[in-house]
Ligand binder design. Structure first.
Ligand SMILES: *Cc1c(COP(=O)(O)O)cnc(C)c1O
Length: 355
């Protein structure tokens, strides 16, 4: 076991959380940080006060985008225990992203241990109100000051924490989405299955145009034919037909969500006919028109489940369920958040407890 350095005397910082927590705005006082270079590998894992970074303007991350991240949450459960949802999966996925971007892998045990220690120090930052949590953001980026294009030789790894409110402050409401064939997010054999900055930069313009048209998310179609549905915003997508619940198979351009994986498991245990396959947008349209399509929802850490209330594709607008969230999405939302907040028994062993 590698020792973690602590550059912090006051392990109980005074915490004043605002009434309305805006997602991602507020950071806690401490971070976990370590450095990588060719000679030492990952070294000097430290928990210290959050402060500004010193970075060369030539740092490779700023020019060529060699950077990856993760997102997960810690919860204050109903019995006072602190628990994280499947954190080992996030570090596995981060290492997959690292390999694709020619970045060094991290030791899962070391970073999980660092994360646990950090959350313990910052435990008073975990909001206790319903639907609130501590969002966890691991991050790795290239630091070589060098203007040529090649993999960096040095990197920084950071975990920061941010207290967050519920994704839907007014309750679990369905959202309107816009299927776009004007832009694509990611192409197969590219980096769409990695949580890396470029994918999000590529999505911003489509997202802005959808917002201006009154839609809250973009439904991405495959990059080659714009025929198959892939993801919705930064969530995976599920479609319920009368005799099947299905989600796009992981072809390489889709981010393999941990919520997606968990939803697949729960649906199988609930005896739904669950599939992972290619789903064309025409099949969705036909299903809507012939009454075979029941509901559509997105899955991801931030919202857990996001019910789709409206879908626009070309010049057609499809509406679902009179402003009410879909039945299956609602049931899954209650099940997963129930496990996360300890209202429902953790029968899969998904939670990592800190106390
Ligand atoms: C993070 C992310 C998801 C959801 O993954 P979870 O592990 O469920 O949070 C889906 N799509 C994209 C593009 C993402 O970045």
């Amino acid at each position: 076991m590698v020792n973690i350095n602590y550059e912090t005397e006051d392990q109980s910082t005074k915490v004043e959380l605002p009434e309305n927590l805006i997602f991602g705005r507020m950071m806690t006082n401490h971070i976990f940080v370590m450095d990588y270079d060719e000679a030492l590998g990952w070294h000097n894992p430290t928990i210290k006060k959050l402060s500004k970074l010193e970075l060369s303007p030539a740092a490779m991350v700023l020019h060529y985008g060699q950077t990856i991240f993760e997102g997960l949450k810690a919860y204050k459960q109903v019995d006072g225990r602190i628990a994280m949802f499947r954190p080992e999966r996030n570090f596995e996925r981060m290492n997959n992203s690292a390999r694709r971007l020619v970045m060094p892998e991290v030791d899962n045990e070391l970073v999980l241990n660092g994360l646990k220690e950090l959350v313990k120090i910052e435990k008073d930052w975990i909001p206790t109100k319903p639907g609130h949590a501590l969002y966890i953001r691991p991050l790795m980026f290239a630091t070589d000051p060098f203007l040529g294009v090649r993999p960096s030789d040095s990197y920084k790894f950071i975990i920061m924490l941010s207290p967050v409110g519920p994704y839907y402050p007014e309750g679990f409401k369905p959202v309107p989405i816009l299927a776009t064939d004007k832009y694509v997010r990611a192409v197969r054999k590219g980096i769409g299955d990695c949580k890396t900055a470029g994918n999000y930069a590529a999505s911003l313009l489509a997202q802005r145009e959808a917002k201006r048209e009154g839609f809250s998310q973009v439904l991405w179609l495959d990059a080659i034919e714009q025929k198959y549905i892939e993801e919705v915003g930064t969530m995976n997508i599920f479609v319920q037909f009368k005799d099947e619940v299905t989600t796009p198979m992981l072809t390489g351009s889709i981010l393999p969500g941990i919520t997606r994986m968990s939803v697949l498991q729960i649906l199988k245990d609930w005896n739904y006919n669950v599939t992972e396959r290619m789903i064309s947008i025409d099949e969705v349209v036909d299903g809507y028109e012939n009454g075979n399509l029941i509901e559509i929802f997105g899955t991801g850490t931030a919202a857990v489940i996001s019910s789709v209330g409206k879908l626009k594709y070309k010049d057609k607008l499809f509406t679902f369920g009179d402003e009410e969230a879909g039945e299956l999405g609602t049931k899954l939302y209650k099940e997963i958040t129930g496990i996360q907040y300890g209202r429902i028994e953790d029968r899969y062993g998904w939670m990592t407890y800190l106390n």
